[in-house]
Design a protein around this ligand. Structure first.
Ligand code: PEP
Ligand code: MG
Length: 553
């Protein structure tokens, strides 16, 4: 049995076969080259990049999961600096006039064979490591991006990292859980794991060891531990805890159909965050009062080309119909930063989180935006759709959006296509600018929804994707909580309602604070709804108000 300590992004225990998703596992071709020196340079550049990656992985893992668990990345750095390994690669390039990939692949095979043939068990284990460092070099050399993860049976997916576009394409009926070597708890991959209600662990050093592929594995999402080839006792213990968790869930079931009301009579809506039409099943199963955030960009990430109006219309209509008259808030396209689809051909940006993303992209490409707005308004005839806009920073943007909406409504009327003309419009409060002008924004829209993931990122100036900064990424920072409080006051002053759809909405440590602020709605992953209801129903807001608001001080 091998035990790897990582960091949990979603609780739960999964037991199943590990399926290793290796990016850029291309067949290595032997190519004759004219300029061997250029190939040596390519190898050296890839080696430098790999060493950089490993140094960062080591630092992050050391902070997050301790020195002993991080040591593997130090060993890999040492191996990449090993003179025999490097010399073998340069010699093959220079003596055979071949490409760097071939030289790396051949050296990896030779060294792995040599290690495997040794008597010492420790040295035998190095065979997997030499393959691992060589794979890292090969994926850098090929500039490889991952292909789709193909699964033929329910499995635990292990990977170096998973991009949101890969995660969203996972066949959810086949994924028992996932575990990655990289990643950040605030990334969209982590958010998807919570939405999909599957146990997930990040920063699991060494999980991409090729010998783990196909082995029985346990993910303990409560403790952030992965067991590969578990012993009988561990297996029995995890099965028992899995059963206990199922029992706890059953107890929560009794809260279905109950009101989200505090002991002193304050009501709050609890809605579901979804990424996909299919997630409405989970939203209903966990008794969501509505959909508080449909991340419509996942519809775009699942496609190879722009989804047309019909495809989008069917998706939005299905969600509206499934939710049968409950409010369904669909967020318009929030692509950019970590959510990338090739066909958008977004230019390379030095700071994509501060770049042409979300509403900025939509206002820059009004035809793309109008296609989505047409689909949304057409779907509005089939349920209670509300529309909200991401990354707003000014009233001017809202006015520009309203003009486009007016144009779309005029077109639909002229074509005799039905739509509702009382569709609620809201903005996401996820930039400090939007908070500071929330008094004015509140006059223009029907509601606010606070995106605490980005609000934390932009308020604290911390990249939410940067795993080495996780210890500084503090959504409980008084600056973030004051921002939420300020937006709430401004919304209420104009008689508008305010919700929270970022991950913080599900944080039970803040439920009392949000209730004390008068937040009207919390939108969370479907699996978190009943636990949150339990928390609300056991809170007496009047009794805890003063204490709860101290967090803002
Ligand atoms: C947020 O930023 O909090 C949010 C809900 O949107 P996303 O996580 O998709 O950026
Ligand atoms: Mg956001």
């Amino acid at each position: 049995m091998q035990t790897i300590q990582g960091k949990s992004v979603f609780g739960g225990i999964a037991i199943g076969k590990l399926s290793l998703h290796q990016k850029g596992k291309n067949v290595i071709k032997r190519l004759r080259v004219e300029d061997a020196a250029a190939q040596v340079q390519r190898f050296e550049a890839a080696r430098a990049a790999a060493l950089g990656q490993l140094a960062q992985l080591y630092e992050t893992a050391k902070q997050e999961v301790g020195e002993a668990n991080a040591a593997i990345f130090e060993i890999h750095q040492m191996m990449l600096n090993d003179p025999d390994y490097c010399e073998s690669i340069t010699n093959i390039i220079q003596t055979q006039n071949v490409n760097a990939e071939y030289a790396v692949g051949t050296t990896a095979d030779n060294f792995a064979q040599m290690f495997s043939a040794m008597d010492d068990a420790y040295m035998q284990g190095r065979a997997a490591d030499v393959k691992d460092i060589s794979d890292r070099l090969l994926s850098i050399l090929s500039g490889a991006d991952g292909g789709a993860v193909e699964l033929t049976e329910p499995s635990i997916v292990a990977a170096g990292d998973l991009a949101p576009s890969e995660t969203v394409q996972l066949d959810k009926s086949m994924v028992l859980g996932f575990v990655t070597e990289l990643g950040s708890a605030n990334s969209h991959t982590a958010i998807l794991a919570r939405t999909m209600n599957i146990p997930a662990i990040i920063l699991a050093a060494g999980i991409t060891n090729p010998s783990f592929d196909g082995q029985l594995c346990i993910i303990d999402g409560f403790r952030g531990v992965v067991y590969v080839d578990p012993d009988e006792k561990t297996l029995a213990d995890c099965r028992r805890r899995q059963e206990e968790e199922a029992q706890r869930q059953k107890l929560l079931e009794s809260l279905k159909g109950q009101d989200n009301v505090t002991l002193d009579g304050q009501h709050i809506h609890i809605y579901a965050n979804i990424g996909d039409v299919k997630d409405t099943g989970a939203a209903l199963q966990y008794d969501a009062g509505g959909i508080g955030l449909m991340r419509s960009e996942f519809l775009y990430l699942e496609q190879r080309d722009y989804p047309d109006e019909e495809l989008q219309f069917h998706a939005y209509r299905t969600v509206a119909q499934n939710m049968a008259g409950k409010r369904v808030i669909i967020r318009t396209l929030d692509i950019g930063a970590d959510k990338q689809a090739d066909y958008f051909h977004l230019p390379h940006e030095e700071n994509p989180a501060l770049g042409c993303r979300a509403i900025r992209l939509c206002l820059t490409r009004p035809e793309l935006f109008k296609t989505q707005l047409r689909a949304l308004y057409r779907a509005s005839a089939y349920g209670k759709i509300a529309i909200m806009f991401p990354m707003i920073t000014s009233v001017g943007e809202v006015l520009e959006i309203k003009k486009l909406i007016h144009a779309v409504q005029t077109e639909l009327k002229a074509q005799d296509i039905p739509f509702r003309d009382d569709v609620e419009l809201g903005v996401m409060i996820e930039t400090p600018a939007s908070v500071l002008v929330s008094d004015r924004l509140a006059k223009e829209v029907d509601f606010f929804s606070v995106g605490t993931n980005d609000l934390t990122q932009y308020t604290l100036a911390i990249d939410r994707q940067n795993q080495s900064l996780e210890r500084f990424y503090d959504p409980h920072h008084p600056a973030v909580l004051r921002m939420i409080g300020m937006a709430a006051e401004n919304a209420h002053r104009e008689g508008k309602w305010i919700g929270i759809c970022g991950e913080l909405g599900a944080d039970p440590a803040l439920t009392e604070t949000f209730l004390a602020m008068g937040i009207d709605e919390l939108s969370v992953s479907p699996a978190c709804i009943l636990r949150l209801r339990e928390k609300v129903r056991s809170t007496n807001v009047a009794a805890v108000r003063e204490q709860a608001l101290k967090l803002l001080k």
